[in-house]
Design a protein around this ligand. Structure first.
Ligand code: 5GP
Ligand code: ZN
Length: 127
């Protein structure tokens, strides 16, 4: 007979959840400056802001790539980002939404997140 807790832990390890920084922030195990939450998404300020406004919007579920996200999750993420950008006063001046996906994009945290940056002119093209 299997003990229930063990496979759960194994499953978490397999998914990379137990080691995931953003899963820990979303679960409240590590402090994060939350700016929004709904049933599918969690948004918090970036610890190392690259602009006066810089927050991250993540699915609550531990997924790493856009390919793994459901249409509903993407909808919630983009709606939350748009609403927060407005709330932080960047609707008129403009803002940028960025997903760093994979090695070439310099993704550092393997839990899908959309950066929302604003509050200053943002150069293009990116580095
Ligand atoms: P990536 O390069 O994966 O797209 O971006 C990861 C982002 O997460 C970076 O902008 C980085 O500053 C941010 N970050 C890394 N560790 C923490 C943390 O512990 N708390 C918060 N709030 N942001 C973090
Ligand atoms: Zn995670």
């Amino acid at each position: 007979m299997r003990i229930r807790a063990a496979p759960k832990r194994a499953e978490k390890r397999k998914n990379g959840m137990s080691e995931c920084l953003f899963c820990k922030i979303i679960a409240g195990q590590i402090k994060g400056e939350k700016v929004f939450e709904d049933e599918l998404t969690f948004a918090f300020k970036d610890i190392n802001p690259q602009a006066p406004v810089h927050f991250l919007v993540s699915p609550k579920r531990h997924i790493n790539t856009i390919a793994e996200a459901s249409g509903e999750e993407m909808e919630h993420i983009f709606k939350a980002a748009q609403k927060l950008a407005e709330q932080f006063g960047t609707s008129d001046s403009g803002f940028r939404m960025v997903i760093n996906q994979g090695h070439n994009a310099g993704q550092a945290v393997p839990h899908l997140h959309v950066h929302v940056l604003g509050g200053r002119p943002l150069a293009w093209p990116p580095g």
